[in-house]
Design a protein around this ligand. Structure first.
Ligand SMILES: C[S@@+](CC[C@H](N)C(=O)[O-])C[C@H]1O[C@@H](n2cnc3c(N)ncnc32)[C@H](O)[C@@H]1O
Length: 313
């Protein structure tokens, strides 16, 4: 573990918030998304070239997926919201070819017009391509449902700027605190960075996509064998309990990992950084090493953003 502090910590708003111009990432950025370039810089500083894969068990709209792609690393993600799981999957695996396939089909103007496109896709694409193209179609429907349609030129142009994704990697819709999603994910046993931003309390923003779109996203993921999810919304067990429940599953699946967890205080200002480290050390005896909390800038009324960092061995 290098001793130097990350050169590019999110110390100011520009490094903290997602960049609305970042190609592909800009297709959809959740209210709690991270800045892709900052994530890359933190991973580069804390893990260095030994990093072989990025894992994000609370993948949201895929800022870590995007960072992994730009670092040419496989991405393994879990996300409980089906629409966001599709967004993460599209960001990590879509290519120009998928965009061109969709372009041959009727335009996606809303969740309703997504349905015929999904039905037609198998006639235009191979089985592997259908899964990714369907997720890309869900992204287009999500954007249309928000009154900010995404043009095919923008999608194709963004993808043309990227290299093809790493051959391995997977995104599933599942509960990251339960074993089933992790089993389907098959993360490498070593050389990974687990970079994540868990749900931080009741007011942590949820997506709230139209129910019809969520149902279609679920069907898309089921067809791609990427739906291992509990169907209910996650219950609010608190930041530390949720994070440690996830870490138990991660630790069962991997021998060595650098863990980087973004933390913001809960709605009541409660700081859970110490609880996470104490409970993780108790839940995973002998496996938590070099633990520290790096305090970054303050971007919300709740309190500062911190990175909880440790080596899992
Ligand atoms: C703070 S957001 C992550 C933001 C993410 N970095 C992005 O780029 O959008 C937390 C995410 O965790 C998801 N989530 C909450 N509980 C979960 C669980 N038990 N398993 C998997 N995902 C969960 C939420 O749906 C939400 O998208």
């Amino acid at each position: 573990m290098p001793l130097s502090l990350p050169r590019s910590l999110p110390l100011d708003a520009e490094r903290y918030h997602p960049d609305p111009r970042e190609p592909v990432d800009r297709w959809f950025q959740t209210a709690s998304a991270s800045n892709v370039r900052t994530t890359m810089a933190v991973v580069a500083d804390l893990v260095g070239p030994s990093c072989r894969a990025v894992v994000d068990p609370f993948a949201g709209g895929g800022s870590s997926a995007m960072a992994a792609r730009l670092m040419d690393l496989p991405f393994f993600g879990i996300e409980i919201d089906p629409v966001l799981a599709c967004v993460s999957l599209a960001k990590s695996r879509a290519t120009v070819r998928h965009a061109r396939i969709l372009r041959r089909l009727p335009p996606i103007r809303d969740p309703e017009s997504l349905l015929p496109v999904l039905a037609m896709l198998p006639a235009y694409a191979s089985a592997d391509e259908v899964a990714v193209a369907s997720c890309l179609a869900v992204v287009l429907a999500l954007r249309a449902s928000r009154g900010t349609p995404l043009g095919y030129e923008d999608v194709t142009g963004d993808l043309a700027r990227l290299r093809p994704p790493a051959a391995t990697g997977r995104v599933v819709c599942a509960d990251a605190t339960a074993p089933v999603g992790w089993r389907g994910l098959a993360v490498p046993k070593a050389g990974i960075v687990l970079y994540t931003s868990p749900q931080f309390g009741r007011r942590s923003p949820l997506l709230g996509a139209p129910p019809r779109l969520t149902a279609s996203a679920r069907d898309v993921l089921a067809a791609a064998e990427a739906d291992q999810g509990r169907k209910a919304a996650p219950k609010d067990s608190g930041f530390a309990a949720t994070t440690v429940a996830m870490l138990r599953q991660a630790a069962a699946m991997t021998r060595r990992a650098t863990v980087i967890i973004e933390h913001e205080p809960d709605d009541d200002g409660h700081d859970a950084t110490r609880e996470v480290l104490e409970q993780a050390a108790a839940a995973l005896p002998g496996r938590v090493h070099d633990a520290r909390v790096i305090v970054c800038g303050q971007f919300t009324w709740r309190g500062p953003l911190s990175l909880i960092v440790f080596e899992l061995r």
